[in-house]
Design a protein around this ligand. Structure first.
Ligand code: NAD
Ligand code: TDX
Length: 349
């Protein structure tokens, strides 16, 4: 693995992954980060690494839906390894405007796979980062395993399911060395504030309403983003080619419980004006259409075969995440104001 193409490296998990690879892992090759810089992609997420690792890290603004540009990048940088994060990732947006999800998640993945097929001899690995949402929704009991049938319920998860199938098909049909991971909900630094945790943290800080969908009893299995990154890197190194691995946190929590935990921590570290507790800001709102009730991951394959376990507890990870948002107000303000988008326009045409 000399020249690794990381797609979507300016997003939440991709930027944490590049930071993890460069600062914490034994990876010694080059990273070529290709990102379209949608509203969710922010090159500032990695600005501290650009100088420090200038000999090993390159950022290129490009859209996976532009096959010629992607082919040029494969040639110019002699790409031998791919870690594919790039995607439209927000379920609510996929319900309102599914088109971008079909383009980036399905066509974008297909274009990448085609580049790999054309450069088959030099490709060591294509790792595809996917989600537990492809399995649909669980009832009260049970866990998703690697053999759970796919049953996606929203345009986002359906587009991710399609991309998973294409990756698998390129392994079976063309012998492309692939690995796939299906991970549960991530949280941590640099997450765009449309997702549950950062939205509630930032609204709570500003003493704005905290919109909880439906009865708030939907369950997600939360994993600190660094643990996801360590799992992906382990699978890339040691995972069986052609196999899928589930990644989870063993950490099922109802949405309403998380929102209450965030309120308690914020109340403790930021004094309130006017109200007694931020819990008074919780507003139960109309449910998300097709809202999956419960996700929970069985990651025993990853634990037994590759000896992986999550390291961060939810209590400490949540506190660290809240502190990160408190300590990075300029990042928050720029992301929320869209100021960084005009900066992106002028810097990366
Ligand atoms: P994100 O929205 O924060 O980042 C996605 C990145 O991809 C952005 O930087 C965006 O600019 C880039 N991108 C989008 N379309 C592109 C295109 N056509 N060409 C090039 N770049 C493009 O998403 P995230 O939360 O970091 O998720 C990353 C990956 O992990 C996704 O594939 C997602 O399905 C998967 N995943 C996310 C979670 C989670 O909880 N966030 C959980 C499991 C799996
Ligand atoms: O305002 C909100 N109120 C609310 O109740 C938001 C934004 C969300 N929710 C609920 C919906 C979900 O049950 O919180 C839960 C988490 O919502 P999101 O943060 O939107 O995540 P989710 O829909 O579970 O999907 C996430 O995990 C799987 C990521 O966005 C996906 O990219 C990943 O694949």
């Amino acid at each position: 693995m000399k020249n690794m193409l990381v797609t979507g490296g300016c997003g939440f998990i991709g930027s944490n992954f590049i930071r993890y690879l460069l600062r914490e892992s034994n990876f010694s090759g080059n990273i070529i980060n290709v990102d379209k810089l949608t509203y969710a992609g922010n090159p500032e997420n990695l600005s501290d690494l650009e100088n420090e690792f200038q000999d090993r890290y390159t950022f290129l603004k490009a859209d996976l839906c532009d096959p010629d540009k992607i082919a040029q990048i494969f040639d110019r940088y002699s790409i031998d390894t791919i870690c594919h994060f790039a995607a439209e990732s927000h379920v609510d947006r996929s319900i309102v405007e599914p088109d971008a999800f079909i383009q980036s998640n399905i066509i974008g993945t297909f274009n990448l796979l085609e580049c790999c097929r054309k450069n088959r001899d030099q490709i060591e690995l294509f790792h595809h980062v996917s989600t537990d949402e492809v399995f649909g929704s669980l009832g009260k009991d049970g866990l998703f395993t690697e053999t759970t049938p796919y049953s996606p319920n929203n345009p986002y998860s359906a587009s991710k399911a399609a991309s998973d199938h294409m990756v698998r098909a390129y392994h079976k049909t063309y012998g492309l060395p692939v690995t796939i991971s299906n991970c549960s909900n991530n949280y941590g630094p640099y997450q765009f504030p449309e997702k549950l945790l950062p939205l509630m943290i930032l609204n709570g800080l500003e003493e704005k309403a905290l919109p909880v969908y439906g009865d708030g009893k939907n369950v997600r299995d939360w994993l600190y983003v660094r643990d996801h990154c360590s799992a992906v890197w382990l699978i890339m190194r040691k995972g069986k080619r052609g196999d899928t691995y589930n990644i989870g946190g063993n950490n099922e929590i109802e949405n309403i419980k998380i929102v209450e935990m965030i309120c308690d921590i914020l109340d403790e570290i930021r004094k309130l004006e006017g109200i007694k507790s931020r819990k008074e800001l919780i507003a139960f709102v109309k449910d998300r259409p097709g809202h999956d009730k419960r996700y929970a991951i069985d990651f025993s394959k990853l634990r037994h075969e590759l000896d992986w376990m999550p390291e961060e507890s939810f209590a400490s990870g949540l506190r660290r995440t809240i502190e990160w948002y408190l300590d990075n107000t300029s990042w928050v303000n720029r992301v929320k104001s869209g100021e960084y988008q005009s900066w992106v326009e002028s810097h990366y045409r």
